[in-house]
Design a protein around this ligand. Structure first.
Ligand code: ZN
Ligand code: ZN
Ligand code: FE
Length: 742
């Protein structure tokens, strides 16, 4: 017996959806209820797993013709012991404005019209209807009516007006409704802002620029993209040079699934994610030797399909797929306005395609990866935001959570919901702080929200922490980073009692002022205890060590072999010159600038340096991504480790690794060892529920190894699906804590 809670958003109200759910559940003998919520439909069904699977299938294949599901959250929770199935009264907690939907990719009907030469919207880049189009990014205020959107200044022509007023029309009350007669339009300019003139129309001319190797900036739904021909190594290298981005992978947009499959190998689940209405970037395996410049050294690429009419038109007219990456200068937020584009993107793009439908809220593309058996949202933005995480109780306080430092998101919590913001990014620049404030103001104004409490990370130097403690309008509290990760996993899975939290990531500030990241915590919603953690590694050179796996490995070697390490003939030592080595030995010996960290991310770094996989990172978590690609499920054995007084010692692991002659099996043995450690500590701890959170759990083989081992021993394991395991999910955990704890 299990209970499944499903939250659906989309056109699921007023289309006969609840009666359909009622009939289906009764036929299958399931118990529970269905209700309308201000955010959509909430279903709880209880019964045997096989019946629940049947139910889910029918939900999607047999739903009423007008019902479209844009977004679905599922959680398996403890059975509640329902005795029948009921249609319950609508819940109208929270004001109706919770109905704001995310931006939805162009629907099949609109795509058909867009490509139909006889349609009045043939090749019109702003076609949309009630089932698709922008929402979140164009809404300025509530209620959601045209005057409250950035479509306010476009007056519908009679033909559009008729559609808008006709209840039988697909465009009945479609707020962004428009056509070539009355709606927005595009134009192409050079980097100096001067219009590109000629016989061709703007879009044809843009295609021609892309084909001839140019880098172009294109205004889309939630901001600008930088676009170039993905198959032209020269163009991609030029884009890397201009963006100052040496190896970090770029996302690639493909015309359709057929074209995508010429370059990549999506499995069934990845294919359905690619085609889902949110149209996220999906991490998929690429075919060997294809698109080498797009994701250097990796076996995977971020792929996605066109989601706006403008993308559909552009891709339909091009031979090749394109790189489509966020239009920004590194570490700055995605560019939104025309003027901003001319100012900032002219440094990066040769031509800029502008349009005159203003973007009110920036929103980057979302990124999803299949981790183990489940899709996991890695960057939760367009297509997902601002849909709430619904709680089974009401929060005591209205809470604003400011998130962490990297991959920042913020969250607001009130009533029974927590709303996470779109991806804001790394908080490295004044521009990102401005964006952060813009997002907080935007969420606060649309939900008429004023916080009782503001929650921040404990790290005193995070700009988000500094921002929070300067506020004098609410109570201010700090929540430890790794505890916030586990709380976020608990909130996503509806777990509110005792759990063992395995919180592994790159870095986070611990309660003792050292850096944590390899933690086993005993948690409930009221607090946590640090029970076990990895032996600390000294970061030679502080921050610098985080970008240089060779420094991490060297510190490990110094710890194990002292000065003898300097004589070793292995890739780590060869990555330095003699002078650097003696300076680092000195620094190590005298403890100069060598903060310590218990992070699992650093273990991946040490491993990759010792094996000669990577000595200096060109982007965050690169070592972990390379190691993931090298995992071989056929390798079952592992290395040693020791447990002493709550410390997990990696010394036996690295000693075994250094003696391992089968270096191609080392990455697998390393991951197997981590899984064994997770299992054995969970057994010592004994709590039945185990939550896995932190960026390390984006690693697919590791996450499924650990889940599998724990489940085989009878543990109930909870991982992330709709909320990022990385620091993008921190704000949810913070909000839960702040909203629940007086
Ligand atoms: Zn449509
Ligand atoms: Zn019109
Ligand atoms: Fe973290």
């Amino acid at each position: 017996m299990t209970r499944l809670r499903i939250l659906l958003n989309g056109t699921v109200q007023g289309v006969g959806f609840r009666p359909f759910v009622y009939r289906t559940a009764r036929t299958l003998g399931l118990k529970g209820y269905v209700t309308n919520d201000t955010g959509g439909v909430v279903i709880e069904v209880e019964g045997a797993k096989a019946k629940l699977d049947d139910f889910l299938l029918k939900l999607h294949t047999e739903k009423p013709p007008l019902a479209k599901i844009y977004y679905e959250e599922r959680a398996y929770v403890e059975p509640a012991g329902y005795d029948d199935f009921r249609i319950e009264e609508s819940i109208s907690t929270g004001p109706p404005h919770a109905l704001i939907l995310p931006d939805i990719s162009t629907c099949g009907d609109c795509t058909g019209e867009l490509l139909d030469p006889d349609d009045r919207r043939y090749l019109y880049p702003f076609i949309n209807c009630t089932n698709c189009g922008p929402r979140f990014t164009i809404i300025k205020g509530l209620p959601y009516d045209r005057p409250n959107t950035t479509m306010k200044d476009f007056h519908m022509c009679p033909a559009c007006e008729n559609e808008y007023k006709d209840p039988d029309n697909r465009r009945f009350h479609a707020q962004p409704n428009a056509c070539p007669e009355c709606g927005p339009n595009v134009r192409l300019v050079g980097k100096d802002g001067a219009p590109v003139t000629g016989k061709m129309d703007a879009i044809t001319s843009l295609m021609e620029k892309i084909t001839s190797g140019a880098i172009v900036a294109v205004k889309g739904i939630g901001g600008f993209h930088l676009i170039c021909d993905a198959t032209s190594n020269e163009s991609v290298r030029l884009l890397r040079e201009r963006k100052g981005r040496t190896e970090k992978p770029f996302a690639v947009m493909f015309r359709d699934m057929e074209q995508l499959k010429r370059y990549a190998l999506p499995d069934v689940m990845e294919e359905s994610l690619l085609l889902s209405p949110a149209r996220p970037v999906v991490i998929v395996r690429k075919k060997q030797r294809t698109l080498p410049e797009v994701s250097p050294r990796l076996e995977k690429i971020g792929a996605f399909l066109p989601y706006s009419p403008l993308h559909l038109i552009i891709l339909a007219g091009l031979e090749n797929p394109v790189v489509a990456t966020s239009g920004n200068i590194s570490d700055e937020p995605i560019v939104r306005d025309n003027a901003e584009a001319l100012d900032r993107l002219s440094q990066l793009a040769d031509f800029i395609m502008l349009h005159n439908r203003p973007i009110h809220r920036r929103c980057d593309d979302s990124v999803v990866k299949v981790v183990g058996e489940f899709p996991q949202v890695i960057r939760r933005s367009r297509g997902h935001v601002p849909l709430p995480v619904v709680l089974p109780f009401s929060l005591d306080k209205k809470v604003l959570a400011v998130g962490a430092h990297e991959k920042n998101t913020v969250a607001i919590g009130f009533d029974n919901r927590i709303i996470l913001s779109q991806h804001i990014g790394d908080m490295e620049t004044p521009e990102s702080i401005e964006y952060f404030e813009e997002v907080i103001d935007g969420l606060s104004s649309i939900y008429e929200f004023t916080p009782d409490v503001i929650v921040h990370d404990l790290h005193p130097r995070y700009s988000t922490t500094r921002w929070a403690i300067q506020q004098d309008r609410a109570e201010i509290i700090g929540v430890q980073h790794h505890y916030a990760h586990i709380l976020s996993c608990m909130a996503e899975n509806g777990i509110y009692d005792e759990v063992t939290g395995i919180s592994w990531d790159g870095t986070g500030y611990g309660e003792d002022g050292t850096l944590w990241g390899g933690e086993f915590l005993a948690c409930n919603t009221g607090g946590f205890q640090r029970r076990y953690h990895f032996r600390q590694i000294r970061l030679l050179g502080g921050e610098k060590a985080v970008r240089e796996p060779r420094r991490i490995a060297l510190a490990v070697l110094f710890d194990i072999f002292n000065e003898g390490a300097l004589e070793m003939d292995i890739p780590t030592l060869r990555a330095f010159d003699r002078r650097e080595l003696s300076l680092l030995w000195l620094a190590y010996n005298r403890n100069i600038n060598t903060p310590v960290s218990s992070s699992v991310g650093r273990l991946f770094d040490a491993l990759s340096s010792l094996l000669g996989i990577l000595q200096i990172c060109s982007y965050e978590a690169q070592a972990a991504m390379l190691v993931e690609d090298l995992y071989d499920p056929g390798v079952r054995d592992s290395y040693g480790y020791e447990l002493n007084n709550g410390i997990i010692d990696w010394e036996p692991l690295f000693r075994d690794l250094l003696e391992d002659s089968e270096t191609n099996k080392a990455p697998s043995r390393f991951l197997n060892t981590l899984a064994l450690i997770a299992l054995n500590v969970a057994l010592l701890e004994g709590r039945e529920k185990v939550c896995l959170s932190g960026g390390v759990f984006q690693n697919s083989p590791l996450t499924s190894l650990i889940s599998g081992k724990l489940q085989a021993e009878g543990f109930r394991v909870f991982t992330h699906k709709n909320i990022p395991a990385n620091d993008g999910g921190i704000s949810l955990g913070q909000a839960l804590y702040g909203g629940m704890n007086p």
